[in-house]
Design a protein around this ligand. Structure first.
Ligand code: G
Ligand code: G
Ligand code: MN
Ligand code: NA
Length: 254
């Protein structure tokens, strides 16, 4: 089934859409960011999750034009939100390791910033820990170039991947997103709480912004606030939603 789907055709026909999930500052309680999460409305197969087509797109190389579309779209959306009066908001996009290996990511990002005139530091590039990131000079050069544009880089799913601490040591990152598996039982399991708390303190001692993912309950949020985690994201705050819905949500949020 998955090989029947024509990704390039879908891209040209406008079948892709970005959903957005808010990130809340635990101290000020303000909405500080939106993570863009791609969705595919396939004409035959209906709504397809990125978990089902991103891996394929990585293999075929289609992730490069797709990723370019994501960056353009997210930058334009941020410009629109800024124009509506939502200021000090960041937009995060997920980037696959392969997007560093093929194509020219820094140029794509530069182009999106130039076109939209958004503040470069309001664009956050999320990179998932992966073996594909190990010891690759090209990836490091591209990360440095992205930093030189003024954009921020976040390590996504922190703790779940490989060589987590090596990334902290070598990558020019500004934030750390703690994988939701470390947050799940934070309020009920002492061992999980100890691990999460240590991860938060590690990030903070490196002067990184620490974001906890997958918050589904009030108790998790309270525990994370006690641990002085900076930001939270998850279904408890809002599910990822289409632009119109998340904009309405933002207008009503206080
Ligand atoms: O939103 P959801 O939980 O369905 O996302 C599933 C996975 O797809 C997550 O790992 C997420 O990071 C990834 N993902 C979502 N949008 C994008 C995107 O635009 N580009 C890439 N490379 N991955 C994405
Ligand atoms: O890999 P990444 O962290 O980018 O993936 C984020 C994924 O997690 C998205 O698919 C998003 O839909 C999902 N997600 C966001 N909030 C929650 C949550 O509170 N619980 C669960 N189970 N998944 C979440
Ligand atoms: Mn992410
Ligand atoms: Na994640």
């Amino acid at each position: 089934l998955i090989f029947e789907m024509n990704l390039m055709q879908g891209l040209h026909e406008g079948q892709f859409q970005l959903y957005y999930q808010p990130q809340i500052d635990l101290h000020t309680k303000k909405v500080v960011g939106m993570e863009a999460l791609i969705r595919w409305h396939h004409h035959e197969h209906g709504l397809i999750s990125p978990a089902d087509f991103i891996p394929l797109a990585e293999i075929t190389g289609h992730i490069v034009p797709l990723g370019e579309w994501v960056i353009q779209e997210a930058a334009h959306q941020l410009k629109e939100w800024n124009a509506m009066g939502f200021r000090g908001l960041t937009v995060s996009v997920n980037i696959s390791p392969r997007q560093f290996q093929q194509g020219n990511l820094p140029e794509v990002i530069q182009e999106a910033i130039t076109q939209t005139d958004i503040e470069p530091s309001s664009l956050i590039i999320e990179i998932t820990e992966s073996l594909a990131m190990e010891n690759q000079e090209r990836i490091m050069k591209q990360m440095d170039a992205i930093r030189n544009l003024g954009c921020c880089i976040a390590i996504d799913d922190f703790g779940s991947g490989y060589s987590s601490l090596r990334y902290l040591q070598h990558f020019p990152i500004q934030s750390l997103k703690i994988d939701r598996r470390f947050v799940e039982n934070i309020h009920s399991n002492q061992k999980d709480a100890a691990i999460a708390s240590t991860m938060i303190n590690l990030g903070k001692s490196l002067e990184l912004t620490v974001v906890a993912e997958g918050i589904e309950e009030m108790e998790q949020l309270k525990t994370l606030r006690k641990m002085n985690c900076h930001q939270v994201q998850g279904y408890f705050i809002s599910r990822p939603l289409p632009v119109q819905d998340i904009t309405t949500w933002m207008e009503q949020y206080s």
